[in-house]
Design a binder for this molecule. Structure first.
Ligand code: GTP
Ligand code: MG
Length: 570
């Protein structure tokens, strides 16, 4: 529909038009208007004074405000948990038990990804074309004591059917890594890991796996669907409609989305909660007695049943049904995850589960035990997406010299694209920002927009943060995060230069790559910052407690020094 032309105005400022006095204003109306304007002006001045006073009081009270920014899955909430672990250890330990439900859900989701992947594969089996049917692989499989779960005759997998770009970005020219604007970052198609030649991509085959061991296993794992629903109900507060109405189906790559063996589909999206104590509160309110919990790593079986007495602390009914179901399914889950052919299929489909958030399949024996109690590392590895923005107050239990008596407030935000717009109101009165750029994502795309490369998205966000005028005087700390995943990717042969053309033929190792990317981020900071300011960069793996402790201690020191300087207390 054509948009009508706007009437001609003297000024384009809509406020100007509204505020201009009417042309036929009487002297009485004029006096009244001026009195109203004066009144409004007084109110506005009073509000400004309040804000100033509050800021002054905050400085006097020594409240330090730290903002965590970065794209989704960059590690913001994990960094927050590291702060909690280090500086409010008692509270952190007391809350560990609440994370068990999240970990249970993470496990269920990982199993679902495997089953989805197998389902999409097994419906396309064509024995004749299978590289798995080579005499060697046949012999290897036949010699095993138990039959493999998936058939040996698996053909090359048509990557177009499993269009999980996260694992095969740009493999088929479907996405451009860095949009059309390939500046210094320029992508190339990912051919190296797409071992399927073009000829093998379309493989309309028909054989199905009725009554196969895989089908039997799938039905034995069906109870996981039930506990998934149960866990979602437990984790998402009852009034959180939005959280249960998860974002659209495009959010998850198709390979992760559908496990639908019996017609009842699993929820297809990532579960999320608003940050803050809401979900923890909802769960802990449902606590039943947990008499012997002392914050240690030791489990607390009840004397008679061996069941976890912590069940009540998870907010789940006693006994902890999800834990019992997971315990019953543990052998089958291990069978699935440790199956050689299943691993091969995952590899061919480029599903690198180990690199996905919330991965616990290598710890199934431990985490499915009836008396399982999450340890610190488990809590840091658990994945629960954040939606919204929330401020956490820290009264440091563990203080160090200069910042004793200081109250810390750490603001954690949801990082997915739709939420970036919610950040700006929190830019006021910030002492420092920790920006997390997960540099292992150079070969991945965003879950919420599969046309956007993750590294490119981080670079764009970083530019926006550096150039933001509200943040012009805020010190920036950059965490080039997920260096552990980056290292294993580089070691496995994935080349940065395929995705970042300007990297050229430099060494493809962690040291060279992280130095290079650090240089790029640092150059952006120099170029885009409105004013000169302090900038610190660290290569991090924030799930790693040992290395992160030192980095967080340095950040804390820097931030507090700057805060004191600004408060003119130094
Ligand atoms: N291996 C590894 N995993 C990490 C690292 N940092 C974070 N993770 C994991 O990545 C997942 C996502 O981390 P979160 O801290 O939830 O990410 P976030 O930035 O808060 O994400 P949103 O809440 O969606 O904005 C979690 O499962 C973390 O355990 C890291 O350095 N290495
Ligand atoms: Mg988060």
């Amino acid at each position: 529909m054509p948009v009508p032309a706007r009437p001609h105005r003297q000024t384009d400022d809509p406020l100007d038009e509204v505020l201009r006095p009417p042309p036929d204003e009487t002297p009485e109306q004029r006096d009244l208007r001026l009195a109203r304007e004066e009144h409004a002006n007084q109110i506005s001045l009073a509000i400004d004074a309040d804000i100033k006073a509050e800021r002054h009081a905050r400085r006097k009270k020594r409240i330090v405000r730290l903002l965590l920014l970065g794209q989704s899955e960059s590690g913001k909430s994990t960094t927050l948990r590291q702060f909690q672990r280090l500086y409010t250890p008692t509270a952190f330990r007391e809350e560990r038990v609440l994370w068990r439900a999240v970990i249970q859900l993470n496990i269920v989701r990982s199993i679902r990804i495997i089953l989805d992947t197998l389902s999409s594969t097994t419906s396309q089996v064509s024995p004749r074309t299978s590289p798995f049917s080579s005499p060697r692989s046949r012999a290897r499989s036949i010699s095993r004591t138990r039959p493999p779960l998936a058939p040996i005759d698996i053909p090359p997998l048509p990557s177009s059917d499993f269009s999980n770009q996260e694992f095969a970005p740009n493999g088929n020219g479907e996405t451009s890594h860095f949009g059309d604007n390939r500046g210094e970052f320029g992508g190339e198609s990912d051919g190296e890991y797409d071992s399927d030649g073009p000829a093998s991509r379309s493989n309309p085959s028909s054989a199905t796996l009725n009554n196969s061991p895989l089908e039997a296993l799938k039905s034995r794992l069906l109870p996981l669907r039930h506990i998934e629903a149960l866990l979602i109900a437990k984790l998402v507060p009852p009034n959180e409609d939005e959280a249960t109405h998860l974002v659209g189906p495009h959010t998850y790559p198709p390979g992760q989305a559908q496990y639908n063996p019996g017609g009842n589909s699993f929820r297809t999206q990532e579960i999320f909660v608003r940050p803050g104590a809401a979900w923890k509160g909802a769960m802990s309110k449902a606590r039943v007695n947990y008499p012997s919990y002392n914050g240690s790593d030791e489990p607390h079986p009840t004397p008679d049943t061996g069941r976890p007495t912590s069940a009540g602390n998870t907010g789940l009914e006693t006994p902890d049904e999800p834990q019992e179901v997971l315990n019953q399914c543990r052998k089958d889950m291990m069978l699935l995850w440790n199956d050689e052919v299943v691993r091969e299929i995952l590899k061919r489909k480029k599903v690198r589960l180990e690199e996905l958030p919330g991965f616990f399949l290598n710890d199934l024996e431990r985490v499915t035990a009836l008396n399982y109690m999450p340890n610190d590392d488990d809590v840091l590895k658990a994945r629960l997406k954040t939606v919204g923005v929330s401020e956490y107050k820290f009264e440091m239990e563990v203080t160090a010299g200069r910042d004793s008596g200081t109250e810390w407030r750490i603001v954690d935000v949801g990082g997915s694209r739709s939420q970036v717009t919610t950040w700006a109101p929190f830019f006021d009165d910030v002492d420092a920002i920790i920006f997390l750029a997960p540099i292992s994502g150079f070969d991945q795309v965003l879950l919420e927009d599969r046309s956007v490369n993750r590294l490119e998205d981080s670079v764009l966000l970083w530019k926006a943060v550096c150039s933001n005028k509200l943040l012009a005087n805020v010190d920036l700390v950059l965490f080039l995060n997920k260096c552990d995943i980056l290292e294993s990717k580089l070691k496995s042969g994935i080349k940065l230069s395929r995705y970042v053309r300007s990297y050229g033929d430099r060494e493809n190792d962690l040291d060279s790559v992280s130095k290079y990317l650090r240089g790029k981020f640092s150059a952006i900071h120099r170029e885009y910052s409105p004013n000169p300011r302090k900038f610190y960069a660290f290569c991090t793996s924030v799930t790693d407690t040992a290395t992160t402790a030192g980095i967080i201690a340095s950040v804390r020191d820097m931030v507090i020094r700057q805060h004191l300087k600004q408060s003119k207390l130094l």
